[in-house]
Design a protein around this ligand. Structure first.
Ligand SMILES: *Cc1c(COP(=O)(O)O)cnc(C)c1O
Length: 430
């Protein structure tokens, strides 16, 4: 890792020239601002469109036009099994085995379906331990699941908060909460990365701590997938879900996915492992006999309900092919460099202007963060954000005063970061 970065134009230019992923930017549509390509730092909210997406969609539209219903079996990528062609690439990204993963539904829907199976409160053990300031949709899912079981969210949901005066959690804060509430907890459910602070949690340590107390551990990877290294199977995580429209560039509202540890997927009895069932989770060899009684596929696929939305799977495939061509190792290496460079630029500004003006609330340690940097603006926050927007930087404003930016390895440049720094510095120097 480079430690002697420089904050100047020609240095950023040099980093870009040496970047072996630099050509991938060409494969994406970069939105324009006043005729010039914008500095798109919102890949953590909605990833950009690959130029190839249209072609993948067109293929399925053509097969639909040509074949009608026969496309289910006779399309170039038969629709009945389309989701299967995504599994290998997803496994590579999340670190799982093929029978542990399936692309389906949307994220909050999957979170609910997984909680149906893995949040099984008893009289004694009924609590959920989660991070404070979880993404709102997750908070609402937890709250409504708890109520669905006739419990009171104020009692049943334990939010682990940063210590007073700190911005993010220590792994020990989480482990301590698990130990403290072990006898009464049914589920530990964390984000992989917190959407607000950008903190990457130690999922392996959280899983281990939960398992030591006989608690199930699940993760929402919305901000982690396609961003940081994941090894769900090796970490022995019980379950996880994610979306594909953030770092995975797979279209607005695109398909979600789930991981379920192999120790569960072979349990096909709904009595022993409840799940909400639908015909797409049914034994593939006999599905079309349409018989009574649910016969579960002995893989994560048995959590599927409906036949797959082929067009959004096609958009997903377009992007996963790009991820495969780039290679996760190269993506992680560049991601770490981008994150280190933006941190370096921001640290310079903070050293110059003072931490009473602005500070970074994302952990500095590269093992505790991904692409995203969250900047807490104590002064001139809105003004800074507006200046960024005016200069074509697509960032994100979170009330009351946080600016989130996420330089991603597939289409961002080191020059983007340098320019961003120039704009922030100019506002704070006025
Ligand atoms: C983006 C995000 C969501 C969004 O949920 P959808 O069901 O896809 O609308 C949920 N949870 C987290 C943690 C997210 O980051």
């Amino acid at each position: 890792m480079i430690t002697n970065f420089e904050n100047n134009f020609s240095y950023a230019q040099k980093l870009d020239a040496a970047d072996d992923l630099k050509d991938f930017r060409e494969q994406f549509y970069i939105p324009k601002h006043q005729g010039k390509e914008s500095i798109y730092f919102n890949g953590n909210s909605l990833g950009l469109q690959p130029k190839s997406t249209l072609q993948y969609l067109q293929q399925e539209l053509d097969d639909w036009a040509r074949l009608g219903v026969d496309g289910h079996f006779d399309a170039i990528n038969p629709w009945v099994t389309y989701h299967e062609i995504l599994t290998r690439q997803l496994c590579n990204i999340v670190g799982a085995l093929p029978h542990e993963v399936v692309a389906m539904n949307s994220l909050t829907v999957n979170l609910h379906l997984l909680m149906v199976s893995f949040y099984r409160p008893t009289k004694k053990r009924y609590k959920i331990i989660c991070e404070a300031k979880a993404f709102p949709s997750d908070q609402y899912a937890f709250e409504s699941q708890v109520r669905f079981h006739g419990l009171d969210p104020d009692d049943a949901i334990i939010e682990v908060k940063p210590k007073r005066g700190e911005h993010y959690l220590h792994t020990s804060d989480i482990v301590d909460a698990i130990k403290k509430h072990s006898g009464e907890t049914a589920l530990v459910l964390f984000g992989g990365i917190n959407y607000y602070t950008g903190q990457l949690y130690d999922m392996e340590a959280i899983t281990k701590a939960a398992h030591e107390e006989g608690i199930i551990a699940g993760f929402d990877l919305a901000h982690a997938i396609g961003n940081v290294e994941l090894r769900l199977h090796d970490w022995k995580a019980d379950f996880a879900c994610w979306c594909s429209y953030k770092y995975l560039n797979s279209s607005p509202g695109g398909i979600s996915g789930i991981y379920i540890n192999e120790k569960y997927v072979k349990e096909t009895s709904l009595k022993k492992l409840p799940r909400f069932a639908g015909w797409w989770g049914y034994n593939k060899t006999t599905r079309f006999k349409m018989a009574r009684g649910f016969d579960a596929i002995p893989t994560a696929e048995s959590w599927q309900l409906s036949n797959s939305p082929i067009l959004i799977l096609a958009a997903h495939k377009a992007s996963l092919d790009i991820f495969e061509a780039a290679g996760m190792d190269r993506l992680h290496a560049k991601r770490k460099m981008l994150a280190a460079y933006i941190r370096f630029i921001l640290d310079k500004i903070i050293a110059d202007k003072g931490s009473e003006v602005t500070e970074v609330i994302t952990p500095a340690n590269e093992n505790e963060r991904g692409c995203q940097v969250s900047i807490l603006m104590h002064q001139r926050g809105r003004e800074t954000f507006d200046a960024l927007t005016k200069h074509g930087v697509v960032a994100d404003w979170r009330e009351p005063n946080v600016i989130r930016v996420a330089p991603v390895p597939l289409y961002n440049r080191f020059m983007d970061i340098w320019e961003f720094g120039q704009i922030v510095e100019a506002v704070l120097s006025k």
